[in-house]
Design a protein around this ligand. Structure first.
Ligand SMILES: NCc1[nH]cc(CCC(=O)O)c1CC(=O)O
Length: 301
């Protein structure tokens, strides 16, 4: 049996796809895997800020089409890039073990932590979630909008004379460039994006044989975390034009889910949490969304 695995062509996308295939091979030694690189709209448009393109699933649409057309059998994405509405005819197979969930700072030479940054330091990020949480913590910082894949964003520290950039730890770990990380931002300062560090393995809805193969690399704890965080994302109807963060921790049979949601201009940001049983991960995500939306109400009416 041969399985065609579709992915974007960025270094990060390829390294995570190879990681998935390596793990699938271990538990399915008789299956052959082949990588197919697919270019998406998000890869083609490089010069516009993501929140200005305003298109959910910018990095996934072309890949999903090939999955539906059976040109590929599996698609590997970063779960945090996946829109909260699932596409008809497709589903996510079991989620494998999550990488580091945290956001990190990559700083220019001379700075080691967020506490070293001088007044007015220039930090690059294209994400409103990162921007408004940074400013909430340190309103003197200057946040500069940047885009591009991980390597490009790190190069921009020198090219655009920044003091640092915010990135996901998971990306740097997967690219084996964790040496670049200066500082892991604690979650009380910065809540990660829903499902940050987790992978999405997407398959056709009724493809049982592929589903069985993929389920061999399922991680139960990650599945619970992702379920809760993405239910929250769905509940607030978040996309990349709005600041949304979520982070679930599992402790035996209990879970705690932190959520953050704000207005597009960052004038209001609400962060709170709920706790409950691991059996109600999804319900807790929606419950937290309701609580936060209720708290936001006075300013939207
Ligand atoms: N938005 C792009 C993107 N999608 C997934 C990751 C990192 C890996 C992950 O979170 O799974 C990144 C880069 C980043 O945010 O620094």
């Amino acid at each position: 049996m041969k399985i065609i695995v579709g992915t974007r062509g960025s270094d990060l996308a390829l390294s995570q796809t190879k990681w998935v295939i390596k793990n699938l091979r271990n538990s399915n030694p008789n299956v052959e895997f082949e990588i197919k690189i697919i270019k998406t709209k998000g890869d083609r448009i490089q010069n516009i800020a993501l929140d200005k393109i305003g298109d959910k699933g910018l990095f996934v649409k072309e890949i999903e089409e090939q999955l539906l057309n059976k040109e590929i059998d599996i698609a590997v994405h970063s779960m945090k890039d996946m829109p909260s509405n699932v596409t008809d005819g497709l589903k996510f197979a079991a989620v494998p073990k999550r990488e580091d969930y945290r956001d990190v700072l990559v700083l220019r030479e001379g700075y080691k932590t967020i506490y070293d940054l001088p007044r007015g330091a220039k930090i690059g990020t294209g994400s409103k979630r990162r921007k408004y949480q940074l400013l909430k913590y340190r309103e003197d910082l200057e946040v500069v909008s940047i885009r591009g894949n991980v390597g490009t964003r790190i190069r921009k520290i020198k090219e655009e004379n920044l003091d640092g950039v915010v990135l996901a730890a998971a990306g740097l770990h997967r690219l084996n460039i964790e040496d670049e990380i200066s500082f892991y931002i604690p979650t009380d300062i910065m809540l990660p994006a829903p499902a940050q560090g987790a992978l999405a393995i997407q398959i056709r809805e009724n493809d049982e044989s592929i589903e069985n193969i993929v389920s061999s690399i399922k991680d139960d704890k990650t599945c619970i975390e992702v379920e809760a965080e993405r239910a929250f994302l769905h509940g607030v109807d978040g996309g990349c034009h709005i600041p949304v963060g979520a982070f679930c921790t599992v402790d035996e049979d209990r879970i705690k889910l932190d959520g953050l949601f704000g207005t597009e201009d960052g004038s209001r940001i609400v962060r709170t949490f709920v706790e409950g049983s691991v059996d109600e991960a999804k319900e807790l995500g929606y419950k937290l969304a309701d609580i936060i939306l209720e708290e936001m109400k006075p300013c939207t009416e």
